[in-house]
Design a protein around this ligand. Sequence first.
Ligand code: IMP
Ligand code: MG
Length: 179
Amino acid sequence: MEEKRLLYSKEVIDRRVKALAGAISLDLEGREVVLIGVLKGAFIFLADLARHLKIPHTVDFVRLASYGSGSVSSGNITFSKDIETDIEGKDVVIVEDIIDTGTSIAFLQKKLEERHPASIKICALIDKKQRREKTVNADYVGFALSEGFIVGYGLDFDEKFRCLPEIYVIKEGNCDHSV
Ligand code: IMP
Ligand code: MG
């Protein structure tokens, strides 16, 4: 049996997502806002965040590919799916499930900056700091976590568990994929 421990309940997640949406709505009122979700992990978080926003906005997605295997991002990242929106002059909010080493988000931020948006903000459901390699300043963070591998609410382990309504911590390498 794999060990899976409840970390954040549905209610706790919902409360944080509403608070993040409230803060974004206040900060970016009157602006031309584009939410950019990072696939696949952010799809559920973005869906809930977008529905709690009180300001008009559009939605787009990127998917990043990182060469190399293992559970830590390698430095070599490319877009496997780019956005389709012209973000020049617009206020971008990157919506990410979890920041770990920071490699993915640092790459994405740099690439989007080259397209001259008015601003880029980072909204991460979870900021996991222990393995951080790149300096990343997230503007909106749902939960700060020091360590652990987590699943649920969009987050996967080997493509499993994304649709769990809650977030669980699992022991890496000790998981039989049962829910
Ligand atoms: P980074 O480039 O190291 O910051 O990688 C971030 C990406 O790694 C996230 O978008 C997730 O897809 C994945 N990741 C990092 N930690 C976890 C975790 O605890 N659970 C599930 N996915 C994770
Ligand atoms: Mg991700």
